[in-house]
Each structure stands twice: as C-alpha cells, then as structure tokens.
Design a protein around this ligand. Structure first.
Ligand code: IMP
Ligand code: MG
Length: 183
C-alpha cells in the first residue's frame, strides 16, 4: 500500500468562499489595518501553518513602510478534528516584540483556546499593543472570551479546509475555502 492509499478518505463539500471573494475581503482588511496603523511600526505574527496563504496575501495589502513579519508555530489539535485545549509551542518568535504594535494573524478562531493562550504569552513580552486579525471566525464554538479585532468571515460550525486550513495536514493548498463532512 502506498502512503497516499493508506490515508483516510474525506468528503470534500462545496466551495464556501471562492478565490475572488477571499481576495476582495483580504484587500479590505489590509486597507483597514493600513488606515488604523498609519505612521506606526507593526509586527505581524503569523501562526503556522494555517495562516500562511492569508498572511502572504494580507501583508501585500498593508501599505506601511515599517512592517515586520514573524512566525510562531503551535500545536493544539494533533491529528483529530476536535480541540484538545492543549497548546504546545513548536517554534517561538525570532524577534523581540517589546514596545511594538503587534497583530496576530490567524486562520480561524474556533474554541479560542489557542489565541487565549498566545495572547497571554505575547502580553508577557510587553508589546505596545496587541490585536488579532483572523480570516475566519466560528463564534458558535467559543469556549473562552476571545474576539478578533479584524475578522474576514464568520462561518458556521463546520470543519473548514483550504486556503491554509487542513484536515490531517491536507487541503492547505486549495485556493478557496471548503468544508468536509465529519463522520
Ligand atoms: P481554537 O484553539 O479552538 O480556537 O482553534 C485554533 C486552531 O484550530 C486553528 O488555528 C486551526 O488551526 C484549528 N482549527 C479550528 N477549526 C478548524 C477548522 O474548521 N478547520 C481546520 N482547522 C481548524
Ligand atoms: Mg492554526
């Protein structure tokens, strides 16, 4: 049996958010951030791996001279589609965010556990300000009081894949947002 054959089968459903709609909304978010942070220096922190396509598109719509990008890698889900509530830091920031204006860039806020943890973790490093920009928001699943300052789209309680989001590390490469049927 090849590696591909031994992988679990997932039923990919219809397109929820197409490429054009994603591009348009991300351009709007970039413009909003540009306006809010005019004349300031910002650090975007992408949460690996899910935020990669989003942060890559978003940063090109933020028209500020002094913009840095850094990444942190955390693991909260393992291989399953249910949150364990356990956040592990796999790769920390490279830069010092003390006194900086920081925006966390995330693919989706689901239970909020990951961002609640990261928010506290980053606040411990004394940034000047800390905001959250998330492409997707699933408010119905929230377990802690966390909200995005910049939100692309609200989605229903479905398991989303594509444009960075994965199931079992797959489908991150889809250029649109879809969802899978869970058994
Ligand atoms: P939270 O801690 O429950 O808010 O979940 C945070 C992380 O879980 C996100 O950054 C995603 O990586 C992952 N996640 C949550 N919901 C989904 C989903 O619908 N599809 C794929 N990944 C998800
Ligand atoms: Mg993630």
């Amino acid at each position: 049996m090849t590696a591909a054959q031994s992988k679990k089968h997932y039923d990919l459903s219809e397109v929820l958010i197409d490429e054009k709609t994603l591009a348009k909304r991300i351009a709007e978010l970039g413009a909003e951030i540009t306006k809010d942070y005019e004349g300031r220096s910002i650090v975007l922190i992408g949460i690996l791996k899910g935020s990669i396509p989003f942060i890559a598109d978003l940063m090109r719509h933020i028209k500020l001279d002094d913009l840095e990008v850094d990444y942190i890698s955390v693991s909260s889900y393992g291989r399953s589609t249910k949150s364990s509530g356990v956040v592990r830091i796999l790769k920390d920031l490279d830069s010092d965010i003390k006194s900086k204006d920081v925006i966390i860039v995330e693919d989706i806020i689901d239970t909020g556990l990951t961002l609640a943890y990261l928010k506290e973790y980053f606040m411990g490093r004394n940034p000047n300000s800390l905001k959250i920009c998330t492409l997707l928001d699933k408010p119905s699943r929230r377990k802690v009081d966390i909200r995005g300052d910049y939100v692309g789209f609200q989605v229903e309680d479905r398991f989303i894949v594509g444009y960075g989001l994965d199931v079992d590390q797959r489908y991150r490469n889809l250029p649109f947002i879809s969802w899978i049927k869970e058994e």
